[in-house]
Design a protein around this ligand. Structure first.
Ligand code: MG
Length: 440
């Protein structure tokens, strides 16, 4: 068998291999077709999180784009995917063909929809939109259809060890202008998601013999504590502030149903992740039993995870982590799909989204009619020095700076001063009393 036949045997599409470089090499406004000339991965940790940033350089002097490819727990896997696989795939392509690069990049690995490759694709995708905006002289939100709001309303995070401390924090945020606050209260004596608390000696004594020490989480203690928290806050603060809460997939499904029903009198803005992605069909059961608004989705990586929830109207807010599904190009399609079903967006936005990822969230938020709320992350001064142009936060709103593209940059010299302290890392080791691992 000669080489040509051997290639044909390996891949029915091999006759086209390499051809995409030429497929869409058309000129733009009489200028030579733009080409991607280099792909860089920038790893930096200016605050707590291991960030992965992609920078695409082009054949036009000075024109480049940046995107967020951050998977905090496994950043080096993403970096390898970009350097070893995305870079040779991209070199020579026209960066204006965003949709073709996304679609062909998505299937280039044959196996797809994993969080590593999705993040790699997101970093590239964000950089392509950034380049397009810079070339057009427009902020990305204009390319998405233009503004439908002046700024982006944020929800902030209140966490505390005691009810009084939590109440004081919510009052403080209201005074600062916030109208949406996520509340998480430590469970006395137990480990808790979203609020730091130590497992007490008396709880450790409840454990069976022969167990290694670990933080202990118990669903019943958490559920009871959460109901008490909302009872207290609504009695003291009233109903004029929107309160949110994240279950973080930590309780068995029937207990999540009980919690959502018990919280109805306290009229939450939303209850987040009552189930794990593995249990999403429980939403069909929960929806029939409660009026508590439901949010879901930061762990989704595949469209078949969220499509049933949307088409059946089983949730009210989609909480996808945009880089984990492949970036802005797919996220805007999710947003459009959700609009058709009356579901609002609440893109995932804590510190494990880079400032560039936050800029992507913001551009989509500004242009989406079915925007619901945006999660806030307060960037440190150091982080702002690494990422000049990071979105401004003021009075409970996020503001765009209206520069062309994503409006944000990365100062590589300053970023290099903050190398990774660790190669990522694993989530916690919270366990049930009997030693069973608890979802993070
Ligand atoms: Mg969450």
């Amino acid at each position: 068998m000669n080489r040509r036949h051997a290639l044909g045997f390996l891949s029915s599409g091999s006759a086209l291999a390499g051809a995409p470089h030429q497929l869409f090499a058309q000129q733009t406004r009489g200028l030579p077709a733009l080409k991607i000339t280099d792909v860089k991965v920038i790893l930096t940790q200016p605050a707590g999180d291991n960030l992965v940033i992609v920078k695409l350089l082009t054949s036009e002097p000075g024109l480049y784009g940046i995107g967020c490819a951050t998977h905090r727990e496994r950043p080096l896997a993403v970096a390898t995917a970009i350097e070893q696989y995305m870079k040779p795939f991209l070199l020579g392509k026209n960066p204006e063909n965003i949709e073709d690069i996304w679609q062909s990049g998505y299937v280039a690995s044959y196996f797809r929809s994993g969080v590593t490759l999705n993040n790699a694709l997101s970093g590239v995708d964000g950089a392509l939109w950034d380049i397009l905006g810079k070339r057009a002289g427009m902020p990305v939100y204009k390319l998405l259809g233009g503004r439908v709001r002046a700024a982006v309303p944020l929800y902030t995070h209140a966490t505390a060890a005691t009810l009084q401390e939590l109440e004081d924090k919510v009052r403080q945020f209201i005074a600062e202008g916030y109208r949406h606050v996520r509340v998480q209260l430590a469970v006395p004596g137990f480990a808790t998601y979203g609020a730091s608390s130590l497992t007490s000696d008396s709880v450790q004594k409840m454990r069976p013999r022969g167990i290694d020490p670990s933080p202990v989480f118990e669903p019943t203690a958490y559920v009871n504590n959460t109901i008490r928290m909302f009872e207290h806050l609504r009695a003291r603060i009233g109903f004029d502030v929107d309160l949110l809460h994240d279950v973080h997939e930590r309780v068995p499904p029937p207990q999540a149903v009980q919690l959502a029903k018990a919280l109805e009198p306290y009229r939450l803005f939303f209850l987040e992740d009552p189930f794990a992605p593995e249990d999403v069909h429980w939403f069909g059961i929960l929806r029939q039993q409660t009026s508590t608004p439901l949010a879901m989705g930061e762990l989704f990586v595949n469209r078949n995870e969220w499509l049933p929830l949307v088409q059946n109207r089983w949730i009210d807010f989609i909480r996808i982590h945009i880089s984990a599904i492949g970036g802005l190009s797919l996220a805007r399609k999710v947003q459009c799909c959700c609009e058709m079903f009356g579901i609002r967006t609440a893109w995932h936005g804590p510190g494990n989204v880079s400032p560039i990822g936050h800029a992507v969230n913001m551009h989509l938020d500004l242009a989406s009619f079915n925007f619901g709320i945006q999660e806030e992350n307060r960037f440190s001064q150091t982080t702002r020095e690494v990422f000049p142009g990071a979105p401004e936060i003021s009075g409970g709103y996020l503001y765009a700076n209206d520069k062309p593209g994503l409006g944000i940059d990365i100062d590589e010299k300053i970023a290099a001063k903050f190398p990774y302290k660790t190669p990522g890392g694993s989530r916690g080791n919270d366990r049930r009393l009997d030693g069973t691992i608890v979802r993070p």
